[in-house]
Design a protein around this ligand. Structure first.
Ligand SMILES: Cc1cc2nc3c(=O)[nH]c(=O)nc-3n(C[C@H](O)[C@H](O)[C@H](O)COP(=O)(O)OP(=O)(O)OC[C@H]3O[C@@H](n4cnc5c(N)ncnc54)[C@H](O)[C@@H]3O)c2cc1C
Length: 217
């Protein structure tokens, strides 16, 4: 990623900025949901949606009727954020409570993907982002399904990563208070898979019962 642009330089708590590209990509690869922020007709709005990274671009997709996708494809600047919450930081003072997180923000102009080959590659990236190994088993999209889906590409050129880690940072004077302080780590957990219909008679793929995200230990 290199040095941040003037727009993506973290000013508040600059020590929490991480301009290493790999750090940003690790967050993007681990998380599942992004929030896409736009201004449509002067009205700002933020919509959560799935995404996938392929090299130096992100793909988002959805119904051609989606206002989010139509607006984003119109050439306006968009802001896309991805957040992983790693823990709740309980300080002795209410004021000093915080959250441990890794977050990435991307700025740019999204472009609609119309090339059929790239669109298919984006579909693969989206399916594989959700569940690695799934593309090989799932039925491939038919032309009418490709036509019924809008895919946008956003280059990863202007982005920032901000990370908070560690324990509470209480004021010196509060350290002696008889109040529990520390971190409640949080993480996403895989539950037991629930087969649908006749899938109960099939062997459960390893990517289901061993499901994990990049970065999970
Ligand atoms: C889970 C979570 C909870 C948070 N809770 C709070 C809270 O309760 N109160 C609060 O004030 N802040 C909170 N933050 C931090 C918040 O996201 C902002 O970083 C902070 O409010 C400073 O905003 P700013 O506009 O002054 O940032 P500035 O430093 O002025 O922003 C400049 C540029 O830095 C980048 N940037 C800023 N913040 C982030 C970020 N989080 N991730 C990636 N890039 C970023 C953007 O490119 C932005 O344009 C939280 C963050 C996360 C992820």
């Amino acid at each position: 990623m290199g040095p941040a642009s003037e727009r993506t330089r973290v000013r508040r708590h600059p020590e929490r900025a991480d301009y290493d590209r790999q750090a940003a990509l690790a967050v993007l690869d681990e998380a599942l949901v992004c929030h896409l922020g736009l201004v449509d007709g002067g009205v700002p709005y933020v919509i959560p949606t799935m995404y996938a990274r392929q090299g130096d671009v992100l793909y988002v997709h959805g119904s051609p009727a989606s206002r989010m996708l139509r607006t984003a494809a119109s050439g306006l600047e968009v802001c896309l954020t991805v957040t992983l919450v790693d823990g709740l930081v309980l300080a002795r003072a209410a004021f000093s409570h915080s959250t441990n997180y890794r977050a990435v923000g991307v700025l740019g102009r999204a472009v609609e993907v119309t090339d059929p080959e790239e669109k298919m590659a984006a579909f693969e990236a989206l399916v594989e982002h959700v569940c690695r190994g799934r593309w090989a088993d799932a039925r491939r999209p038919e032309p009418k399904e490709l036509n019924a889906t809008k895919v946008l590409r956003l280059d990863l050129t202007e982005m920032s990563t901000k990370v908070r880690a560690g324990g509470p940072r209480d004021q010196e004077a509060d350290l002696g208070l008889p109040v529990w302080a520390g971190v409640i780590p949080l993480r996403v957990l895989r539950g037991a898979a629930i087969p649908d219909g006749a899938a109960a008679d099939l062997t459960t793929p390893a990517y289901v019962f061993e499901y994990s995200r990049p970065g999970w230990s």
